[in-house]
Ligand binder design. Structure first.
Ligand code: NAD
Length: 255
């Protein structure tokens, strides 16, 4: 049984879906959790769920932050350190989808936004948390990438490029700090039942071209199955796993 007693986890995008499941799982395993989301109400709901389950109103703290904004990220990490003194586990999980538009069709504005949140946002939070982890010579980072981080036909151009970037950043961090007590791994979720497509408008031509690949991933996961994988990678049971890019897709990518 994995334990996170006395450990502090910061989870981004923890107001919904995979991030909420991660936050709840870390708290259930004994950790204290910084629940970060751009949506204040959803972050508060996650904290309420953790408080109700643990009976401990100091077990989790909600922080409203936009990972795409440097000042917001600085305030997020300052609040986390102020609340709990350190960050042992960072789950860079917040992300948005694109319209599934192919490279010739995606608008530069959508490209910028998706890259800014999914890749630059992951970098900004990592960049702000690393000095604290380095000071303690301890830390585990788990990035939520995607199957679209290792293949070209599983999402639109912007999402695909952003998640390939997350995979590259994962390996860069893993390599750079391997001797400093810090590990960095990524999960590649298959299709998971969350709110990610809420309010999205899809490019019909792109969606049609992607549909043969997406159809292969028609087995849906629950967010808790992603959380289980993240907890393992963040735990001492994975102490020599560093730089791993782990599909959590029920076999989608195996075929
Ligand atoms: P979700 O929409 O249910 O949850 C994402 C959360 O991130 C939301 O609460 C949202 O408010 C928050 N968020 C969005 N932009 C933010 C920002 N700039 N700053 C802070 N928070 C922000 O979606 P999900 O499916 O749980 O997504 C979590 C991660 O999983 C994403 O990185 C996504 O790309 C990845 N993923 C999801 C699937 C899937 O099928 N659901 C598959 C592969 C990868």
């Amino acid at each position: 049984m994995t334990t996170f007693d006395d450990r502090v986890a910061l989870v981004t995008g923890a107001g919904s879906g995979i991030g909420r499941a991660m936050a709840v799982a870390f708290a259930a395993a004994g950790g204290r959790v910084v629940v970060c989301d751009i949506d204040q109400e959803r972050a508060a709901e996650t904290v309420a769920e953790i408080t109700a389950a643990s009976g401990d109103d100091g077990r989790a703290v909600a922080v409203t932050a936009d990972i795409a904004d440097e000042d917001s990220v600085a305030a997020l990490v300052e609040t986390a350190i102020g609340a709990y003194g350190r960050v042992d586990v960072l789950c860079n999980n917040a992300g948005i989808i694109d319209s599934m538009a192919l490279p010739a069709d995606i608008s530069p504005a959508m490209w910028d936004r998706v890259l800014r949140v999914n890749l630059t946002g992951t970098f900004l939070v990592t960049h702000a948390v690393l000095p604290h982890m380095l000071r303690h010579r301890r830390g585990a980072i788990v990035n939520t990438a995607s199957e679209a981080g290792v293949r070209g036909g599983a999402a639109g151009a912007a999402y695909t490029a952003s998640k390939h970037g997350v995979v590259g950043l994962t390996r860069s961090v893993a390599w750079a700090y391997a001797k400093d007590g810090i590990r960095c791994n990524a999960i590649l979720p298959g299709a998971t039942l969350t709110n990610i497509a809420e309010g999205a408008t899809f490019d019909q031509a792109g969606a049609a071209r992607l549909s043969p690949v997406l159809a292969l991933g028609d087995q849906f996961a629950q967010p808790e199955q992603m959380a289980d994988a993240a907890l393992f990678l963040a735990s001492d049971a994975a102490s020599f796993i560093n730089g791993a890019i782990v599909p959590v897709d029920g076999g989608w990518s195996a075929g």
